[in-house]
Structure formats: C-alpha cells, structure tokens
Ligand binder design. Structure first.
Ligand SMILES: [Zn+2]
Length: 120
C-alpha cells in the first residue's frame, strides 16, 4: 500500500506512507510539493510521514510503513529522516517499517518523556 502511495507522488523522490494500527489502516499519503518560492531545496517537500502526521492526532501504538520508488519503479531506501523521526515520536509512533533497495528495514523510535497524547 505504501508503494502505491509512492507511485502517486509528483516529487522527484517518490515516497509514500501508510499508518496502521492492528489490522486497521488509519491513513495514507504520498509526499507533496510545497509550493512556496522561498523554501530551499532541502525543505521543498512535505515528506510523506509529515504529510500523514499533519492529518492525525497522536496515535500511540500505531505502526508506520514507508516506501520509496526510484526512477525505474523499484523500491529504494525510505528510512525516515531525523526531522520525520522527531515528528513520529511526538505522535507516539515507535515502530516504522521501510523499504530498502534490497528488502525492508525496521526502525524503533524512542518515545519523548512528555505525554504524546497531549500534543495531538
Ligand atoms: Zn523526512
């Protein structure tokens, strides 16, 4: 499902994210272009994880799946960046599965000391 989201992305790096809890899919999103002339290249897109988290309050216990497609439509490394990892951990998400060029990886995020549910 995350790969399907990535296929819908219009960005140069096509990334998709799916948030699930148990067997329920809570939401999904590709990364998006940020149409503001003053943003630099590094911040020119909303990462898929960010785009998804912006739509949700904290979801402790939810699992995130992130996928990236390269130009040949093959899965590529989609490990969440530091900025997204921070956003995810403040949303109570501690487990991320992501694609790599040769399979999949798993990332365990430590939770912040504050109660994530209050940050919503
Ligand atoms: Zn990111």
């Amino acid at each position: 499902m995350a790969l399907k989201q990535a296929a819908q992305s219009e960005c140069r790096f096509r990334v998709g994210a799916v948030l699930a809890k148990g067997s329920r899919v809570l939401g999904q999103a590709p990364n998006r272009r940020r149409n503001a002339p003053w943003v630099d290249f590094r911040h020119a897109t909303f990462h898929a994880e960010e785009a998804l988290m912006r739509r949700f309050p904290a979801r402790p216990g939810a699992v995130l799946y992130v996928a990236r497609l390269d130009r040949r439509n093959c899965p590529a490394l989609a490990r969440p960046c530091d900025r997204c990892q921070h956003v995810l951990s403040t949303h109570g998400i501690s487990l991320v599965h992501y694609t790599t060029a040769d399979g999949a990886g798993t990332l365990c995020l430590s939770q912040p000391a504050v109660d994530a549910r209050k940050l919503g």
